[in-house]
Design a protein around this ligand. Structure first.
Ligand SMILES: [Zn+2]
Length: 101
């Protein structure tokens, strides 16, 4: 599985799909928008990516940058595929893990 992206630890690491849900999970896999995280950073800690909206959205935004800067695609193409463009504002407040608007 490799190292936790946040802590660098190799034990208790789980794969996280950065985009969730029936429609988006396959896109996470298609583009490799997956990140290895230690279980506390993934699910169990108060600060876990499934609980901390800011952390969750920060990873989504990194994927958007990759899509544009590395894959050379456009924001319009992203929105067509992923449904919305995530902004810093989306990461503010809430503890729902950033998966709903
Ligand atoms: Zn996950």
């Amino acid at each position: 599985m490799g190292k936790c992206h946040i802590t660098g630890d190799t034990g208790g690491v789980e794969p996280h799909h950065i985009f969730q849900g029936e429609a988006l999970k396959p896109l996470s896999e298609k583009y490799g928008f997956m990140v290895p995280l230690r279980s506390d950073w993934h699910r169990t800690g108060n600060y876990a990516i499934h609980r901390d909206r800011g952390l969750n959205v920060s990873y989504k935004r990194r994927c958007q940058e990759h899509y544009i800067n590395v894959l050379g695609k456009t924001r319009q193409e992203w929105i067509r595929e992923f449904g919305k463009w995530w902004t810093v504002e989306d990461g503010k407040g809430g503890t729902d893990g950033g998966n709903s608007k």
